[in-house]
Design a protein around this ligand. Structure first.
Ligand code: S3P
Length: 456
């Protein structure tokens, strides 16, 4: 039951610390968007025929999705040019996966695939790493259970978990109790194999890649705006999905790391090419600009149905602000790196309404507060947020080893902080970075950062 679909190569576990000897300079390209990459593989596997995907993120999370789609009958292969080809089997035709589906560190793979399988007569076991095995799955089990799927989960609604998809799935009308694109997407994907209308009401808009891409693949989907900024999304299943040629834009979440690095290292001036700026994802850029960050979107264009631009980022004197809580859904993964930007700002930055950070790959409020404190930054941890006292540009003390808790974004955030501390900040483990940004280190080194050699 715990045999793996495809063993993933174990990334190198080693500490990491960086130094900025001078300004960061140059042009870089961040990897493909993680959310879009997962959906590209899943929807291509459900289309009838061959889809092609350029710019797919080849991080471990997305490779876990690729392995799962393969285990359920889709042909998923990468050619020598880096283009991915997916031979889809059609909605309703997924096969029962023989081994357990190993989701690694990936909450998105897990929750979206649980949705997909909930309306197929398939039994599957989901397993994951220690971080994923702590994350709550009840938020998808509840609605998918109402659609007829059955679950045997570990205590607290966690992985390992066995799902028995419904023979005769029921349509659902569901109001999201948490602002979660994963829960929304799980229900919409389940709705694809139901010959009636499934409706999700989201009172607060979250990333809309599923809606955009489902429409692009030919699903029968409508979106209606609600008063107060929310949306009503309806999908009528059993439409045949048509194979697509997809181009994945650069991930704005990954772009956040070089962006903040350039803002805080004096004299820096960089260009990050092809960054996705979907309005449900661009909150970090808007907040950093509110703080006085010199970030200019150049050459705006459309890639794969998403707004994209090149971001020119120059070192800036940042000012602490009260970050409006309603921006949170559009930058939920970017708070750890925003905390780092706040450490260098003039005055205090107050961030509230982000309790969801406590159930990400780690408790990101606690993990960041602990590491920042250890590095000499004054922070106040709130139940739903963090207050950071900025240094006004002077370097924090550093001189600490910080724990990443199997969380890629914690690892990268502290690696960026390490550029600007008086004594080294050492990230205890660089391995999690490969889940979303395998080229993070070469990219920063290419901009002029130096890796500190750490003797063990
Ligand atoms: C994601 C949604 C967000 C985000 C995650 C990716 C997605 O999670 O944190 O990294 O691709 O739908 P939630 O739905 O839990 O907010």
């Amino acid at each position: 039951m715990t045999e793996r679909a495809t063993p993933l190569p174990a990334p190198l576990s080693a500490p990491l610390s960086l130094v900025a000897d001078g300004p960061l300079r140059g042009r870089v390209k961040v990897p493909g968007d993680k959310s879009i990459s997962h959906r590209a593989l899943m929807l291509s596997a459900l289309a009838v025929g061959r889809s092609e995907i350029d710019g797919l993120l080849e991080g471990e999370d997305v490779l876990a999705t690729a392995a799962a789609m393969r285990a359920m009958g889709a042909g998923v292969a990468r050619d020598s040019t880096g283009r991915w080809q997916v031979d889809g089997v059609g909605v309703g035709s997924l096969l029962q996966p023989a081994p357990a589906l190993d989701m690694g560190n990936s909450g998105t793979s897990t929750r979206l695939l649980m949705g997909l399988l909930a309306s197929h007569p398939i039994t599957a076991t989901f397993i994951g790493d220690a971080s994923l095995s702590k994350r709550p799955m009840g938020r998808v089990i509840a609605p998918l259970g109402r659609m007829g799927a059955e679950f045997q989960a570990s205590p607290g609604g966690r992985l390992p978990l066995m799902l028995r998809g419904a023979e005769r799935p029921l349509p659902l009308r569901y109001r999201l109790p948490v602002a979660s694109a994963q829960v929304k997407s799980a229900i919409l994907l389940a709705g694809l194999n139901i010959g009636a209308e499934t409706v999700v009401e989201e009172p607060i808009a979250t990333r809309d890649h599923s809606e955009r891409m489902l429409k692009g693949f030919g699903a029968d989907l409508s979106v209606e705006p609600l008063d107060g900024g929310g949306k009503l999304i309806a999908v009528r299943g059993w439409a045949e999905l048509k194979p697509q040629k997809l181009v994945v834009p650069g991930d704005p979440s990954s772009a956040g790391f070089p962006m903040v690095a350039a803002l805080i290292v004096p004299g820096s001036d960089i260009l990050i090419e092809g960054v996705g700026l979907n309005p449900t994802r661009d909150g970090l850029v808007r907040v950093l600009q509110m703080m006085g960050g010199d970030i200019v979107a150049e050459n705006p264009r459309e890639v794969g149905g998403e707004p994209v631009a090149d971001l020119r980022v120059r070192h800036s004197v940042l000012k602490g602000i009260e970050v409006p809580p309603d921006v949170a859904p559009s930058m939920i993964d970017e708070y750890p790196i925003l905390f780092v930007a706040a450490t260098m700002a003039e005055g205090r930055t107050v961030m509230r309404g982000i309790e969801e950070l406590r159930v990400k790959e780690s408790d990101r409020i606690a993990a960041m507060a602990a590491g920042l404190r250890a590095a000499g930054v004054t922070v106040e941890e709130l139940e739903d947020g963090l207050i950071v006292e900025g240094s006004g540009g002077s370097k924090p003390a550093g001189g600490a080893t910080v724990a990443t808790h199997l969380d890629h974004r914690i690892a990268m955030s502290f690696a960026v902080l390490s550029l600007m501390t008086r004594a080294p900040v050492i990230v205890d483990d660089r391995a999690p970075i490969s889940t979303s940004f395998p080229d993070f280190l070469p990219l920063l080194l290419g901009l002029g950062a130096r890796e500190l050699s750490i003797s063990s």
